[in-house]
Write a protein that binds this ligand. Structure first.
Ligand SMILES: [Zn+2]
Length: 256
């Protein structure tokens, strides 16, 4: 099936174990003119969507959440940007806990990289850090190392300016965005090298969500750069919900 829908962020990222691997999920509120529901996206898919834009989602499954039917993506789900699909006439507002900014010196860091074969989806135990190719440990196909799907997890210890030491959990999307935004693709599959980069930062700035997870981090902005008021404290974020419509009627038959 295919659904075109507009995404609105609804809840904070969470990390849950799936088959022994830490997986990141985020629940979005999506809508089109016929209705609205929740859509759970996983890992790399979370970074494929932006709030307020319209997408086509394939291979979704439905599941019951109380008396509400909600959507969940699968490994086969493809996400394609489309033109604005519009919104339903009636909306219900709901608020979620906001993000907090944390700034300080990095006292310790751990980044674990779990590569997965894009073809057979098997997790890989030993990918050589300096090698540009890797043979899948299950399907045996030799592939470029950067063609594997990497899932990140880990933690960072930050000493803030007021003397507090925080131990923060890193999400997959936070590390992925750090690698991308700081041009570290050459070491994307090399946890120890990424750890060296992070501990080498003179100051780290992180966004921590309502679940206490780091959803974004990077080098702290230099104090001399003037004028940037930091956003701090919890802040409500409003999203829209409304009645379900054809969106769900169309998807009932693909329950996985
Ligand atoms: Zn494979």
């Amino acid at each position: 099936m295919q659904d075109s829908a507009q995404g609105d962020e609804a809840t904070a990222n969470r990390v849950v174990p799936v088959n022994g691997v830490a997986s990141e999920l985020r629940v979005f509120e999506i809508c089109d003119p016929t209705g609205q529901t929740a859509l759970t996206l996983w890992d790399r898919q979370i970074m494929s969507v932006q709030e307020g834009k319209s997408y086509r989602f394939t291979a979704l499954s439905t599941r019951k959440e109380g008396d509400r039917t909600v959507l969940t993506s699968s490994l086969q789900t493809a996400i394609t940007a489309v033109g604005d699909v519009g919104r339903p006439p009636s909306v219900r507002m709901l608020a979620v806990a906001g993000d907090q900014a944390v700034r300080g010196q990095v006292m310790g860091v751990q980044i674990v990289v779990k590569p997965r074969c894009r073809r057979c989806h098997a997790g890989q135990e030993s990918v050589a850090a300096r090698s540009t190719t890797h043979r899948c440990e299950r399907c045996g196909i030799l592939q470029h190392t950067n063609a594997y799907v990497f899932t990140y997890s880990g933690m960072v210890m930050v000493a803030t300016r007021n003397g507090e030491e925080l131990s923060l959990t890193l999400t997959n999307s936070a590390v992925f965005n750090y690698v991308r935004d700081n041009y570290l693709a050459r070491m994307a599959h090399d946890g120890p090298s990424l750890e060296e980069e992070v501990i080498g930062l003179s100051e780290l700035e992180a966004t921590v969500n309502g679940e206490g997870l780091v959803v974004r981090f990077g080098p702290g902005v230099q104090a001399e750069v003037s004028g940037s008021a930091k956003q701090d404290g919890a802040q409500g974020e409003e999203v829209k919900t409304c009645e379900l419509g054809e969106l769900l009627a169309e998807s009932e038959d693909i329950n996985a």
